[in-house]
Write a protein that binds this ligand. Sequence first.
Ligand SMILES: NC(=O)c1ccc[n+]([C@@H]2O[C@H](COP(=O)([O-])OP(=O)(O)OC[C@H]3O[C@@H](n4cnc5c(N)ncnc54)[C@H](O)[C@@H]3O)[C@@H](O)[C@H]2O)c1
Length: 368
Amino acid sequence: MLLIHETIRIHLPRVNQDIVVGNNFIPVLTKFIKDGQFDQLLLVVDAKVHESPRVKMMAGRLKRSLKIPLILLADTIRKDYNQVGRVLHRMRKFPLSRQSCLVVIGGGHLGDLMGFIASVYMRGITMVYVPTTLMSQGDSIIGKVAINFMGEKNLIGSFYSPRYTICDANFLDSLSPRQIVCGLVEVWKHAIVGRHTSLLGKVEHLLITGQFTKLPLDIISESLTVKTHFVKSDPYDANGHHRALSLGHTIANYLERDPMINHGEAVAYGILFAALIARRMQKLKKSRLESIVDTFGLFHRYVEKDRRVVKQMTSSNLLAVLSMDKINTRGCYNFIIPTDSGWGIARNVGVELIKDVVSDFVARVNAL
Ligand SMILES: NC(=O)c1ccc[n+]([C@@H]2O[C@H](COP(=O)([O-])OP(=O)(O)OC[C@H]3O[C@@H](n4cnc5c(N)ncnc54)[C@H](O)[C@@H]3O)[C@@H](O)[C@H]2O)c1
């Protein structure tokens, strides 16, 4: 049975993106493909979900009704430049044309990789995306995609959206609590920058109860509504509105050099760090800092505690990495920060202040 909780339509300059949040991706995807009259389809499936009976059923249906050239199983997904070359090579060999469509079912790494490929192949072909992790559903691709390059995260990218994104909550049942918690971090980020108190309350409630099965669908749709607001108001990021969505990501880029830390965990640490910067710069009330610290504490319950890259963070290591960050220009350190009104940019943050915050941050984390 199809249960659509919400459809969010986003008008972007080159595409209208429909995001469907519900509990059965099959009818929506089947109809989209039937109506689209594509000449070829390429189905790309994350290896962790390809055994799912519903994915198998969908693949079988596609095979029967359409010329489907390839089911590519993405087992180790690296969203890097070399991987892009390999996939493009196979796409060209079939060949896929501008009337072809990529059907992508998987987590955020696969989504970003294939989204980037869809954006550059013949200057852009259609993609429909079924995100299968909470991270990739609650913070789904809206307006931009990126891959890693020379060890740097998200260095190369495009402004691109899948035509359809179908969030099917049933996929979340097979995620571990750690994966759920990591996805909730991005929802928390949206609640902070969007000043969405009821969403914040829902995130905190889940973290307190630990009830991670059958997540309420409005967590996903409310999170996406906040993200949509920022992208819609500035589709090409000409006025810097997308930066709100990078809250916590500057420090996350530093921490993710440790492969044991995953993206969501790193962003949670990054949000705490940014809040400490904001407080010292008088941009955040004490009570709002305390609220962020408290919620961070709830997340921290679920995080592997022995993270050397966090506990042994030094200002010299951090500053070396920060100087390479996209948000920084030479010699100036900028941070996206939570503020009393939502979010802001702290520009030209002094080295002494960063050093103080590193000490405060490490002390707080070690005390938890
Ligand atoms: N372009 C964007 O707007 C955007 C938004 C959010 C995240 N991202 C990117 O997404 C990446 C993180 O995404 P992620 O957290 O989904 O990581 P991921 O894609 O690596 O998925 C995490 C793990 O879960 C597995 N998996 C996928 N679906 C599953 C399921 N239903 N059950 C069990 N296991 C499953 C995957 O195979 C993988 O091993 C980062 O690179 C981030 O930059 C991009």
